[in-house]
Every structure is written in structure tokens, then in C-alpha cells.
Ligand binder design. Structure first.
Ligand SMILES: [Fe+2]
Length: 279
């Protein structure tokens, strides 16, 4: 591994409301995002790019996108964003005109790159519903895009996880056509990571032979409820984001995901004293 990875920070499920409104009458998602932006701006080394993996706003409403833009204005790092089930494609497209979406209408898919690494974002939202689906145009575009540069590694982002978590009320609204995505990924074996959101928790698994993650949220967490009889609920847990580090190397390099807690914590404290002696 080299000492200079490409760093992609992923933040997810911001659920921004109108100014002064709380999500679920309880969570100040605007304050949570501001703390997250502060954490991203002070993180060193600075991430090359931020991916926002859906649910940028909550209702959705145009005023919420206006509020989102105000809250993101202090962010000193470029970002790309895809919708989740709480977003509206039309309002999101209008609010973020600089985003390089490949289609003039429909799904908000995009691809960008850093040096030898491709970063692919898929719109898995379905207008008017909570579950996810990749439409035919999206799957066709992904197939052509991955097939067009078979030697380049890619990181893939989408809102809805294409796998179950064991949290029943979330699993029923994950990606419905995960098998279609798996078929594309198996055809072009250059994806090193699949990174989702939606569940507001840090999760790690494998999908179609590729490492797969869910990003935690800066606000509330879906309760870790693996008993399907429990009513759906959320908890205020330590806020965090994911930092995906990609190291160039053989066989498409290595992708490593770090969980970064948001907040002020004791430290850093040195391990070693002035003469290299362990303290
Ligand atoms: Fe969601």
C-alpha cells in the first residue's frame, strides 16, 4: 500500500427540515449537519471528495433544499449527491444545478473520477415510495460505464442497501432488484466497494463478491432491533460518517473504510516521549 490513498468521505441521511423544525419532533438535523460539516472541514488529510448518499431532506419540500444549501455552504470540500426515498428528484436537480447528472431527466446518476479511481453514484429512489429500485436506464448506463473501462477500479454508491441487515422494517424497503445489480457487478469485476445509506447505522457485509457497507448518519440512528416484533424506533447514538480510503495496487488496489465519529473527544495524546520512549 502507498501512503497516499484517495479519500472519499461519505455522509448520509441528513434529513434536513425547514429552519426551526425537528425531525420526528425530536431531532435537530440541521445542528447535526453543521457539526458534521465542521468535522469534515477540520479532518486531515482533507478528503478528496464527499459523497452524500441520499435523504438530503426529510419531507421533501423546496424550503428544505434551500435550508440544506445554507447548511452546506461552509463545506470546503467538493461534494456529489444522489437522492434517497425522502428526496424529490425535481427539487434536488433544481437545488444542485452544478451536479453532473448524466441524464437530463429521470434518475440522478453520475460518475466522476480521481486519478486511477472511478466513483459511481446510482439513484435507487422510486418517486412516491420508500423502497429502492434501479430502473432500466440506470442499469443500462451502469453496465456500459463499467464495461467501458475494464481496467479501472470503481467505488459504487447508492442509497438503498442491496442486502438485508436483520432490521425488519428497514429490510422491507431496501433495494428490490438487487439481483439485477449483482448481475452487472459480476459481469464487470472492477467494483471494490458498494456503499449505501438509508439505515443510519454502520454496517459491513459482502454483496456479489464485493465488500459492502452502510454509512452511519450525523443525527439519529435506526435502533439496532433484530427482533421483528419490536416497533420501528430510532435512538440518538454517537454521530459518525464513513471515510473510504482507496490505495492503488495490484488487482484494482485496496479500499478500506474507516468510521469517523463526529464531535470533540479527549486527545490526541502522544504514545511516545521526547526520546522515543513509550509513555
Ligand atoms: Fe432512506
Amino acid at each position: 500500500m502507498t501512503a497516499f490513498p484517495t479519500l472519499i468521505a461519505q455522509i448520509s441521511d441528513l434529513h434536513i427540515k425547514r429552519p426551526g423544525e425537528l425531525a420526528y419532533h425530536h431531532v435537530d438535523t440541521a445542528a447535526a449537519l453543521s457539526r458534521c460539516v465542521h468535522e469534515l472541514n477540520r479532518f486531515w488529510p482533507r478528503p478528496d471528495l464527499i459523497v452524500i448518499s441520499g435523504d438530503l431532506v426529510d419531507t421533501p419540500a423546496k424550503e428544505e433544499y434551500d435550508h440544506l444549501k445554507t447548511l452546506l455552504a461552509p463545506l470546503e470540500i467538493p461534494f456529489v449527491a444522489i437522492p434517497g426515498n425522502h428526496d424529490d428528484r425535481g427539487w434536488m436537480r433544481a437545488a444542485l444545478p452544478e451536479q453532473p447528472y448524466v441524464q437530463p431527466d429521470g434518475a440522478l446518476n453520475l460518475a466522476t473520477s480521481f486519478g486511477d479511481l472511478d466513483i459511481v453514484l446510482l439513484d435507487s429512489s422510486v418517486p412516491g415510495t420508500s423502497h429502492g429500485l434501479l430502473d432500466a436506464d440506470t442499469l443500462r448506463w451502469l453496465d456500459a460505464m463499467l464495461g467501458g473501462a475494464p481496467k479501472r477500479p470503481a467505488l459504487l454508491f447508492l442509497h438503498h442497501p442491496p442486502f438485508v441487515t436483520g432490521i425488519g422494517h428497514m429490510d422491507v424497503q431496501n433495494l428490490r432488484n438487487a439481483a439485477d445489480l449483482a448481475a452487472v457487478l459480476r459481469r464487470h469485476k472492477r467494483t471494490r466497494l458498494i456503499a449505501a445509506g438509508h439505515v443510519h447505522r454502520s454496517v459491513l457485509t459482502m454483496f456479489a463478491g464485493v465488500a459492502a457497507t452502510i454509512c452511519p448518519a450525523p443525527n439519529h440512528a435506526v435502533a439496532l432491533d433484530l427482533d421483528a416484533r419490536m416497533p420501528p424506533s430510532f435512538r440518538i447514538e454517537p454521530p459518525a460518517f464513513h471515510l473510504h480510503a482507496w490505495f492503488p495496487g495490484n488487482d484494482f488496489g485496496d479500499a478500506v473504510t474507516h468510521l469517523v465519529p463526529i464531535g470533540d473527544f479527549d486527545g490526541p495524546h502522544p504514545f511516545f516521549g521526547p526520546h522515543g520512549k513509550l509513555l
